[in-house]
Design a binder for this molecule. Structure first.
Ligand SMILES: Nc1ncnc2c1ncn2[C@@H]1O[C@H](COP(=O)(O)OP(=O)(O)OP(=O)(O)O)[C@@H](O)[C@H]1O
Length: 486
């Protein structure tokens, strides 16, 4: 049973608290000295003496003996002291309330090393505490130098990718769009510039790259920011309903039209209308949209009156509209009207450095879910994320991290938690292996080229006709053109 009066509400750590505060005020100015918190969780502080050589090795301890005395990094402001030694030698099976308290402090923004007595790691409760919340553990007393090395690793890991950096650092962003890569910096500049005009904008890019976020950023930076941003996904509404949804209807326009209804265009008056998946717009609605772009008016279904609407049109597509025009699925004249300004959302795999940044941001966002205490990513997870082609882009990354936060067994998310570890190799014939390789190569080429068949075929060194045939064979047709036809 853990006996730690401080954790149970009786403060025996006054002196230590004072020492801690004095130390903390001095710490930021000291160069070349690495500070760490030595938290003696239970028992006699003097019995918890550390090797004196720690000081010679540039380590200075801030000794505390209660959870309340452990400095809060956010209060310190700088996070200069990010290693901690939690001395559990006096603990022999903590009481549940105390355990929760220890957990809360351990999870509060520092890389902790547990100091244990011989054999203590065999206690279930201690093992779980160490596994879930500590960077490492040492059995004390230990060899001179070992503790300094372990603390050094903890300090370095906290700075590199530990909770301090991962969960506290604000991610560079524009209106909720996280990203610091050159591709995103360029995009931010373009978005700001585009926002100053009123011209239609067509945003292209693979699924999950943030086209809707980009549209929202343009709206928020434009003179129309006080008006509504109305969003409609043209692919999500049945063709038969889309026209009335967009343009509204008059009473009696069809069976069930018992009263007049305004459509999305009218709702967007004075603001912006974002037409997502514009490639799915049926031909009838394409004609009405073209009329709006040319005359600035719409007609409700069943009506004859021209209604003036002042809305800016932003549209997005993940299919190649040029190809849709070629196939007669999209009007040529509308295509040219819509692409007065074209923006392209870079795929995640082309955003240098953004994968780690977004993963850290997603982790910080979801870490509280299900009581998770995950503190960062292992090196193999970072490597696997770097190598993955991310066909679902940011949406896929956020979903993988979110699920990993819930499922992770240890304090750091691994490639396996992200479902990016190599699957066990199944028995395959040579023919099966070749076919599998072919499928993967096609999928990657399609992902790399924003699902544009011509470009993917060029990449693969085959004709478009051959690519079509192979996609049919591997059941990839629907994925590539977004329609399953053609
Ligand atoms: N740069 C980013 N930073 C943070 N979150 C992002 C970023 N880009 C996209 N997301 C998130 O990823 C998800 C997908 O984004 P969004 O819907 O804008 O993508 P999309 O390109 O419009 O996708 P689709 O073509 O499938 O409609 C959303 O949850 C969005 O918040």
């Amino acid at each position: 049973m853990l006996r730690d009066p401080a954790l149970e509400g009786v403060d025996t750590g006054r002196e230590a608290i004072c020492r801690g505060r004095v130390q903390r005020r001095r710490m930021p100015g000291c160069n070349g000295v690495r500070d760490f918190i030595h938290w003696v969780v239970a028992g006699d502080r003097t019995a918890a003496t550390l090797p004196s050589s720690l000081g010679e090795r540039g380590w200075r301890a801030c000794v505390v003996s209660s959870a309340e005395a452990v400095p809060d990094l956010s209060a310190d402001g700088g996070g200069h002291c990010c290693a901690g030694l939690v001395d559990l030698r006096g603990c022999h099976g903590p009481a549940p309330a105390s355990l929760q308290h220890i957990r809360d402090v351990l999870g509060s923004g520092r890389a902790w090393v547990a100091g244990l007595s011989p054999g203590q790691v065999r206690l279930d409760v201690v093992r779980k505490l160490v596994r879930d919340h500590c960077h490492d553990y040492v059995v004390l007393p230990c060899e001179d130098g070992l503790l300094a090395t372990v603390l050094g690793h903890a300090h370095g890991m906290a700075r590199l990718g530990g909770r301090d950096d991962v969960l506290a650092a604000p991610a560079p962003s524009l209106d909720g769009m996280i990203g610091d890569s050159a591709a995103m910096q360029l995009l931010y500049r373009h978005l700001r510039r585009v926002a100053l005009t009123g011209a239609p904008v067509c945003i292209g890019g693979e699924t999950g790259t943030g086209k809707e976020l980009a549209a929202a950023a343009i709206h928020r930076h434009s003179a129309r920011r006080d008006g509504a941003l109305v969003v409609i996904n043209c692919g999500a509404i049945p063709d038969s309903l889309l026209q009335s949804e967009l343009f509204g209807f008059e009473r009696g326009a069809f069976t069930g039209a018992i009263q007049r209804k305004r459509g999305r265009f009218e709702h967007a008056d004075g603001g912006t209308l974002f037409l997502d998946e514009i490639g799915d717009l049926p031909l009838e609605s394409q004609a009405s949209l073209l009329r709006f772009l040319e005359q600035g008016t719409i007609q409700r279904l069943g009506g004859h009156e021209d209604i003036a609407v002042d809305a800016r049109i932003i549209c997005a597509t993940h299919v190649d509209l040029g190809e849709a025009v070629e196939r007669g699925r999209f009007r040529d004249d509308l295509y040219h009207r819509l692409r007065v300004i074209e923006l392209h959302m870079p795929p995640l795999r082309e955003r240098d450095g953004d994968i780690a940044l977004l993963a850290a941001w997603a982790l910080a966002r979801h870490v509280g879910e299900g009581g998770s205490h995950v503190r960062g990513f292992t090196l193999d997870a970072l490597r696997a994320m770097h190598d993955h082609p991310w066909p679902g882009n940011i949406r896929e990354l956020v979903n993988r991290v979110r699920q990993a936060v819930v499922m992770a067994e240890g304090p750091r998310i691994t490639a396996r938690d992200l479902r990016l570890a190599d699957a066990p190799v199944a028995m395959q014939t040579l023919g099966e292996a070749r076919s599998e390789g072919e499928r993967v190569a096609i999928e990657r080429a399609l992902a790399r080229n924003g699902r544009r068949l011509q470009a993917a075929a060029r990449d693969l060194g085959i004709s478009r006709v051959t690519l079509y045939r192979l996609m049919n064979r591997h059941g990839l047709r629907g994925q590539a053109d977004g329609t399953g036809t053609g």
